[in-house]
Unconditional design. Structure first.
Length: 202
């Protein structure tokens, strides 16, 4: 039995002056943010297996795939412990996410993704052409503002036989945010414990 969540749309309607200023400031912060990973794939194709990628620095992902890169991971352990410098940029663009696909494609089978920092979403796909597939993976986040799976701006995540656990506040398990996207889950187990955290948030 599977469940799909789709919400992919451009902002519309009239914006207030305050809203426009806030959006412009956030866009500026995003433009200045440094996205990088313990392991970064910029274009091309790669396969990694049975390794541990651990990120401890501020705003650092354990794995970052961009520029149409295509990464296959088997039985990998991804860990991040650093905090974000801006939770809004993390929520909108995936800054500090443990696994981040930003115009890239990731397929992960087996293994685990764990984070303990603030704003450390576990699997985050943002932008058209950004796709993450998770099969038989365990996801665990203990920090605040850290979703298990999250998509923005038409990103796509498909999860099958995945265990998702979040402990922090404002840390829903399955989420779509700014600009929306598509999340499909099948035979997944979800546990959330933090304040203002939901199993499903959109």
């Amino acid at each position: 039995m599977g469940t799909g969540l789709t919400r992919c749309a451009r902002p519309h309607g009239r914006w207030s002056r305050t809203g426009l200023i806030a959006a412009a400031l956030l866009a500026a912060l995003h433009a200045r943010a440094q996205y990088y990973g313990y392991y970064t794939l910029t274009g091309g194709t790669a396969t990694v297996s049975a390794q541990t990628f651990s990120a401890a620095a501020t705003n650092q992902s354990a794995v970052f795939v961009t520029a149409k890169g295509r990464l296959t991971m088997n039985n990998m352990t991804l860990v991040s412990s650093g905090n974000t410098t801006n939770t809004d940029v993390s929520s909108q663009y995936g800054l500090n996410a443990t696994l981040l696909a930003k115009t890239g494609t990731v397929s992960m089978t087996g293994g685990s993704i764990t984070s303990s920092g603030s704003g450390a979403n576990l699997a985050f796909a943002t932008g058209p052409g950004s796709v993450i597939g998770l099969t038989n993976v365990v996801l665990y986040a203990s920090g605040g503002n850290a979703h298990a799976v999250d998509v923005t701006y038409c990103g796509v995540i498909a999860a099958s036989n995945v265990t998702m656990v979040t402990r922090g506040g404002s840390s829903s398990a399955i989420a779509t945010d700014y600009g929306g996207g598509t999340v499909t889950v099948c035979h997944c187990e979800v546990t959330v414990n933090g304040n203002k955290s939901a199993a499903l948030y959109s």
